[in-house]
Design a protein around this ligand. Structure first.
Ligand SMILES: [Zn+2]
Length: 221
């Protein structure tokens, strides 16, 4: 599979695309939406560190961060996941985009909420202008964690128990809640119904311990 556009966000000057065969070094370059040499990615560390991206980092991997924000056109932002939650943001008035890696730890550290807040403080974004998409991720029926993890994450996100009586948590709903807490309208939050663990064509660390990653790309055109 190449890099395929998705219509979770359907706006004329932004493209959101997914690839199922990105790994830690290579970016599938079969995209017609952007030049792969321009892609900016993160060396992801499960943090709440957010970087503003400008021309000086075009085409590079930025160390030690888990979210990227830019208002520069033709500067694609890439997040790599395999079960964690990719969250993209688009301010349609100020033309600012963000791409966020929100795994269990990043979600606990409120990286999604903090990214919206950085769009507000740095670019003057209003929550009412922000459209958000939550890409393919492991669903609440599949995401089994131990009891200590679940209680640290928050009892209210436990959606059931697995056959082995371990708690199941729904990280995407926690990401959605962070978006809503900043004032993003729930009608402007679009959630993929693809569960990476249940869909063999999507990379899943839990299922395969794979080196492939789901690449989530967002670019202003
Ligand atoms: Zn699932």
């Amino acid at each position: 599979m190449g890099i395929n556009r998705t219509y979770l966000i359907e706006e004329k000057d932004v493209v959101l695309a997914f690839s199922t065969n990105v790994d830690c070094r290579n970016i599938d370059n079969s995209s017609s939406f952007f030049n792969s040499a321009d892609v900016v990615s993160c060396k992801q560390i499960h943090s709440d560190i957010i970087k503003l991206v400008d021309e000086s980092t075009r085409g590079t991997e930025i160390p030690d961060c888990d979210a990227l924000i830019t208002n520069i056109r033709n500067l694609p932002l890439l997040i790599r996941t395999a079960d964690c939650v990719p969250v993209v943001l688009y301010d349609k008035r100020k033309h600012v985009i963000a791409n966020v890696h929100s795994g269990r730890v990043g979600t606990q550290k409120q990286i999604v909420r903090k990214t919206v807040e950085m769009m507000q403080s740095h670019y003057g974004s209003s929550s009412s202008d922000i459209i958000a998409a939550i890409g393919p991720h492991i669903c609440g029926k599949c995401y089994e964690v131990d009891a200590a993890c679940a209680s640290e994450f928050g009892e209210k996100y436990i959606v059931g128990f697995s056959k082995s009586q371990k708690p199941l948590i729904d990280i995407a709903s926690a990401c959605k809640e962070q978006l809503e807490a900043t004032g993003v309208n729930s009608n402007n939050i679009f959630i993929s119904d693809i569960c990476t663990a249940e869909s063999p064509e999507w990379p899943s660390w839990r299922r395969d311990k794979c080196k492939e990653r789901l690449g989530t790309f967002i670019v202003l055109c």
